[in-house]
Design a protein around this ligand. Structure first.
Ligand code: SAM
Length: 248
């Protein structure tokens, strides 16, 4: 049986590809990629001509069976996404799950991940954190999601689209509190890399007053709620439960 390699690729700076990733991508029979046109540029840069097949959110279900058959026939396959680590807000989950189901060995070939890069440079507590991926595009849904996270004491990591960054940070200031600390990590590993720690209120002003901050790729790392507020919520919950118990 072949091996399924889950290979991280750079998130901007092409020098971040590892020797091991390059070696694996050159050796496998096929590379399953999110966008074959995008990934062919990386392969060209690396001087690799392994065939690419597309596996994205819309065809993953169909492609999975074909790739599993190839793996069972003994061929090694690499899974990559457009940038960073596959499956982290990227396709690949169904393929990896199917590989496990078929008792195929899955090997991660580690490398860049925007969430971890941002956290490592954020200067916010990193012992425990919650990766939230992308918030909903619709304002009302996003606000509901943020309210559900308001008492979370772990550091929160979000991916956000540049055209929504201002309204997102404004919602966070309103829901998490203007004084909560936040790190804007923009264009990581690229020419215009910006890593800026401030309060949510300060970040609203910074982003609103400079449209360059509303461009490119963005990770937001937000300080968790003070432990106390989680305890308060717990106390409120206990009081409510006591009241409700009377009606049972
Ligand atoms: N799989 C990728 C990873 O490992 O980070 C993430 C893919 S997700 C579709 C793309 C989002 O990741 C972007 O919208 C942005 O929020 C974040 N991202 C990717 N590259 C980034 C970079 N160079 N700087 C900041 N954020 C980045």
């Amino acid at each position: 049986t072949g091996i399924l390699y889950v290979v991280a690729t750079p998130i901007g700076n092409l020098d971040d590809i590892t020797k091991r990733a390059t070696h694996v991508l050159a050796q496998v029979a096929v590379i399953a990629a999110e966008d074959t046109r995008h990934s062919s540029r990386l392969l060209q840069f690396l001087g690799i001509n392994t065939p690419l097949v597309s596996v994205h959110d819309h065809n993953e279900a169909n492609q999975v069976q074909r790739l599993i058959q190839q793996l069972l026939a003994g061929e090694h396959i690499a899974l990559i996404s457009d940038a960073g680590t596959p499956l982290i807000s990227d396709p690949g989950y169904r393929l990896v799950a199917a590989a496990h189901h078929a008792h195929i060995q899955v090997v991660p070939v580690v490398g860049a991940c925007a969430a971890i890069a941002a956290l490592s440079a954020a200067g916010l507590p990193s012992d425990r954190f919650s990766f939230e991926g992308f918030l909903a595009a619709k304002a009302s849904q996003r606000q509901t999601q943020l309210k559900a996270l308001a008492n979370e004491s772990r550091t929160l990591i979000f991916y956000e689209a540049p055209h929504r960054i201002l309204e997102c940070v404004q919602d966070m200031a309103a829901i998490f509190g203007a004084d909560r600390r936040v790190v804007l990590a923009r264009e990581l590993t690229k020419t215009f890399e910006t890593i800026k720690q401030s309060t949510l209120a300060e970040l609203c002003v910074f982003v609103a007053s400079d449209t360059n901050q509303q461009r490119g790729e963005i990770v937001l790392v937000v300080e968790g709620a003070p432990e106390d507020s989680t305890l308060m919520a717990q106390k409120e919950l206990d009081a409510l439960l006591l009241k409700l118990l009377k009606y049972l």
